[in-house]
Design a protein around this ligand. Structure first.
Ligand code: IPM
Ligand code: MN
Length: 353
């Protein structure tokens, strides 16, 4: 298969983990005789410094011309600590999602047996936890009307029927492909936007009679994902709730450095780690490349390259079993491996498989 990949490494640890993600894709291309081409483009703080725009037109064009986008992370403390900054790296990420129409963010949550002890939760609660959070990505408060002066500020949590219907459709279809259990997470006891979500979900339920659909308030869901993670199969929720809930669910896996995601919608699909740019670790060869590598696996699977995706997952499992791990998940007394060493080990494993 020929695939044209837009490569957006972004800021902080982005370039280091991206290098490993691309190396793994290339190892797969060679093994399975695929032809992948990579077109790099700038975004985030990096792009603000270079051209004053965190998602420049040229980057947008590279993404639109590609079959898929492999993205790493954006963000820089120079902007976090400056509430008056006019442009921010995160605006580039939001613009990218909006302009590519990426309304469905799929964030799988699974456990690795050998890392159960790394989670702050008890092993017996975690074992077998395996669910997907589908986060609406281009609506709600992040994009609704905003206002800020010295005495007053607001964001508007706005959703329209078509926006809700299309994300719920994705979620119901995911549930059909999985264990047919969908949990709609909202705050319908307080928020009007949530009540519309719930109304529309109930209207759609009869179209998916095989799916067992239930409804949970976000406050309760934040507790249940930690106290009974095995309850869930597919969760669907609005942008803000999904953002918060998926940082929380990363505790289930044991490290944010292990969590990939895909963002799907109208134009080019995008694959990215759930974690951010971790600027403190940039250039230190510390960051875990696995979330980026698994994002590449999700990319390949999106195009039906399931055997290729499975091989990457096997290679990652093998690296974890062999204790070839970055410091945040390494066992006590285990050898030191950096971003590069973990990536290279996985590439070699694929080559020799
Ligand atoms: C994420 C990130 C982004 C978000 C930020 C960086 C804008 O936290 O992808 O979860 O909130 O969507
Ligand atoms: Mn987030």
């Amino acid at each position: 298969m020929k695939l044209n990949i837009a490569v957006l490494a972004g800021d902080g640890i982005g370039p280091e983990i991206m290098k490993q993600g691309v190396a793994v894709m290339q190892a797969i291309a060679e093994k399975f005789n695929h032809e992948f081409t990579y077109n790099e483009a700038i975004c985030g703080a990096h792009a603000i410094d270079e051209v004053g725009d965190p998602f420049p037109e040229e980057t947008f064009k590279t993404c639109m011309d590609a079959d898929a986008v492999l993205f790493a992370a954006v963000g820089d403390p120079r902007f976090d600590n400056n509430p008056t900054a006019k442009v921010r790296p995160e605006q580039g990420l939001l613009a990218m999602r909006k302009k590519l129409g990426l309304f469905a963010n799929v964030r799988p949550v699974a456990t690795f047996d050998c890392l159960l002890h790394k989670s702050p939760l008890k092993d017996e609660l975690l074992k077998g936890a395996d669910f997907v959070v589908i986060r609406e990505l281009t609506g709600g408060m992040y994009f609704g009307e905003k206002y800020q002066d010295n005495d007053k500020a607001y964001d508007t949590d706005i959703y329209t029927r078509p926006e809700i219907e299309r994300i719920l459709k994705v979620a119901f279809e995911f549930a059909m492909k999985r264990n047919k259990h969908l949990t709609v997470v909202d705050k319908a006891n307080v928020l009007a936007s949530s009540r519309l979500w719930r109304q529309i979900a109930k209207e759609m339920e009869p179209q998916y009679p095989e799916v067992n659909t239930d409804y949970m308030f976000i406050d309760n869901a934040s507790m249940r994902v930690l106290t009974e993670p095995t309850f869930f199969d597919v969760i669907v929720t609005e942008n803000t709730f999904g953002d918060i809930l998926t940082d929380e669910t990363s505790c289930i896996t044991g490290s944010m450095g292990l969590q990939p995601s895909s963002s799907l919608g109208e134009h080019t699909p995008l694959f990215e780690p759930v974690h951010g740019s971790w600027p403190q670790a940039a250039g230190k060869n510390l960051a875990n490349p696995v979330a980026q590598i698994l994002s590449a696996a999700m990319l390949l699977e999106h195009f039906g390259l399931n055997e290729e995706g499975a091989l990457i997952r096997k290679a990652v499992d093998a690296s974890l079993d062999a204790n070839v791990r970055t410091p945040e998940i390494q066992v006590e007394g285990g050898a030191q491996y950096g971003t590069t060493q973990v990536g290279e080990w996985i590439v070699n494993w694929i080559k020799n498989a």
